[in-house]
Design a protein around this ligand. Structure first.
Ligand code: HGY
Ligand code: MN
Ligand code: MN
Ligand code: MN
Length: 424
């Protein structure tokens, strides 16, 4: 047990840890039956999470708490006076399939517990704290993503309402079925006036090995890498696996096989860029039929927009060459393009001072993962604090975890940042 090694976990860290375990009890079929965590946008499990977070906000002492038109859970803890500026805090509560329980949720619950403490102490700050549990950041159900944070910066594309999930349900239908307005008018009204905000802070598990290797519980994020996502397909000719000579085939799966290896080669040639073919499918495939169609996804990332675009260009050129050579038709549709988001120097310095005040090493590092902060970046200063992950920071996986001790240190850092800011 950790407490044998490090003593009893501090109360706040343990409360956050316990709350994340409780929130993880909401999961959707068939994943829930396998004891796995999957919460995709607007499913019953997703709505149960929203209700739970809402109840927690209300009992923690938030002055306002509610669900907005895209399913974000929003709480406001007022400042010392009515027209005080606002500091925005938050992260997302949807997950990837078979996820860990910390990605996204940690940032919501940790901020919520820090507010609970302020409420218990009867303390008010010179600024209000607005906490947002963003409804959708992973892009798992619909081929669009950052739905929650896009709405807050006025970047929600009306065309997204017609996006369809794997069952053909449109985003608008899913919203209406979940009791949301499903209109662009209601969504556009969520845009925040940047003039009212001091900025946005997000606490998130690192989802990588750097802090574990540096033996540092916390890390201050320098910048969030640029990313681009696409969905594509190779189309060749389905034919008999037994009678079609090898040289006469137009095998769509082999086109993707070559492309996936090319993505690996091209990304490895320009570190720290990364490239992933995360999904591949031969729709209606059979054991004795040469694949006529193969669908796939692309996820490319790099520290700058330029590096990202260069990698994308190379991958697309390679895909065209493969299609030509193999007599395949290629279709490729971009579904997400997120610019690199350098964290605000002033807010980064606030995180660094708070971490140093705890007597901890100040490790600065880029984020290879995308975050809601990269959307808020479009309309206000943002900065992130990473919490060390166990098992070398494995994430988007059930082994994803952080200790109650490290979580408590992150809560102490946020508490210290707020206190120092309030004393200025
Ligand atoms: O894909 C990402 O980087 C994030 O987890 N959505
Ligand atoms: Mn994630
Ligand atoms: Mn995340
Ligand atoms: Mn046959």
């Amino acid at each position: 047990r950790l407490s044998d090694r490090f003593g009893e976990p501090p109360a706040l860290g343990q409360r956050v840890w316990d709350a994340l375990a409780e929130l993880a009890l909401h999961s959707e079929p068939p994943w829930a039956e396998a004891g796995q965590l999957t919460v995709t946008y607007l499913t019953p499990a997703h709505q149960a999470c929203a209700r739970t977070l809402l109840a927690w906000m209300r009992e923690a002492g938030f002055d306002e708490a509610g669900l907005d038109a895209v399913g974000n859970v929003v709480g406001v803890f007022h400042g010392q006076h009515a027209d005080a500026p606002r500091l925005l805090l938050g992260s997302h509560y949807d997950t990837v399939r078979n996820a860990g329980r910390y990605d996204g949720r940690l940032g919501i619950v940790l901020a919520l517990e820090v507010v609970r403490e302020l409420h218990r102490q009867g303390r008010r700050l010179p600024f209000a704290l607005e906490l947002v549990g963003f409804a959708e950041e992973e892009g798992q159900r619909f081929p669009v993503t950052f739905l929650g944070s896009s709405a807050l910066v006025g970047a929600f594309d009306p065309a997204w309402l017609q996006a369809r999930d794997a069952h053909g349900v449109t985003l608008r239908e899913a919203m209406l079925a979940a009791g949301l307005p499903g209109t662009m008018e209601a969504i556009a009204a969520l845009r925040r006036d940047p003039a009212r905000y001091l900025g946005y802070l997000e606490v998130h598990v690192e989802q990588g090995p750097v802090l574990a290797r540096r033996e540092a519980p916390l890390g201050v994020v320098t910048s969030i890498n640029a990313s681009v996502r696409a969905r594509g397909a190779f189309d060749g000719l389905a034919c008999h696996a037994g009678t079609t000579p090898m040289e006469a085939r137009r095998d769509a799966l082999l086109g993707l096989a070559e492309l996936a290896l090319a993505v690996e080669r091209l990304a490895r040639a320009q570190p720290p860029a990364v490239g992933t073919v995360g999904m591949a499918e031969v729709p209606g495939g059979s054991i004795n039929v040469v694949p006529g169609r193969c669908t796939f996804t692309l996820d490319l990332r790099a520290p700058s927009d330029g590096q990202r675009d260069a990698l994308l260009e190379q991958v697309c050129a390679e895909a065209e060459t493969i299609a030509q050579r193999r007599g395949l038709r290629l279709t490729l549709e971009e579904t997400l393009r997120a610019s690199a988001a350098p964290c605000d120097a002033g807010l980064r310095a606030r995180w660094a001072r708070a971490v140093a005040a705890l007597g901890l090493p100040v490790v600065e590092l880029p984020s290879g993962a995308g975050h809601d902060a990269m959307m808020l970046h479009r309309s206000m200063p943002q900065a992130m604090l990473f919490v060390r992950g166990e098992h070398l920071g494995i994430s988007h996986h059930p082994l994803e975890s952080s200790t109650a001790h490290d979580i408590d240190l992150a809560a102490q850092a946020l508490r210290r940042l707020l206190h120092d800011w309030a004393e200025e």
